[in-house]
Design a protein around this ligand. Sequence first.
Ligand code: CP
Ligand code: NVA
Length: 299
Amino acid sequence: MATRHFLTLMDLEKAEIHAIIQRAIALKNSPALHEDTLKHKTLAMIFDKASTRTRVAFEVAMTQLGGTSLFLSNADTQLGRGEPLEDTAKVLSRMVDFVTIRTFDHSRLELFAKHSEVPVINALSDDFHPCQLLADMQTYFEHRGDIQGKTVVWVGDGHNMCQSYINAAEQFDFELRIACPEGFEPEPWLLERSRARVRVVRNPIEAVRDAHLVATDVWTSMGHEAERERRLRLFAAYQINAELLSHARSDVLFMHCLPAHRGEEVTAEVLDAPDAVVWDEAENRLHTKKALLEFLSRQ
Ligand code: CP
Ligand code: NVA
């Protein structure tokens, strides 16, 4: 049977993703369910970009399920000295049970997965951040129930997080409006494939009207640092603040994958609100990782 990978949300069936979310909720609520389900399993983690949540969530998830993890930085491995990804994939497949990779070009993940005999998990690429969406969806289900048929609004850069929200709209069956400055839209093919559920609404006030969920992300993602000043100017009208959220439903949830830049894409008032769910969202990175790793270990 072909090895199952998790490079985007579209790699799983709808029923499988929903089962992962439900398992994550169960694991969170019942520590007794942690029965060493990943005993003697090893996760290799290749990170070409910085990370706090994703790295810690993977490491803690493996520990809590009885397995172990290896953090492989470019500074210490032969990858950093030019060993081909294909060879690394073949070698790691002989020793570990899963590999997770955070990198720039999504094609690096696809190349690695093509040569890997063990599941490869996208820990963030320039195109997608599917693990984050598992946590976001768990958080919505916990606070508001099923997201099917709800209105979700992405405000900000049409980059990796936004593109994973497009996939989530398909897999969880919600309407997605995207408010982004001109020139910062998601890939046209993604918009086209999901045109029944997803549309660009340029004006952020119009976009968030009656929204159940509003999500954003940094304006300057990793790899875009040279454009920071220009982006600060172009994205200024897309800040999430109390005034903008007042146009959404009164019970709207706000999500941010973090790290956040208070005063840029979100105000401190919104991020630090007593009822903010962003900290649950961050915690749920751990629970969804556990459910995902368990799922992949059974394939
Ligand atoms: N949200 C997220 O992926 O955070 P890290 O970059 O800290 O992993
Ligand atoms: N869009 C951000 C997400 C960080 C978790 C980035 O790619 O840097």
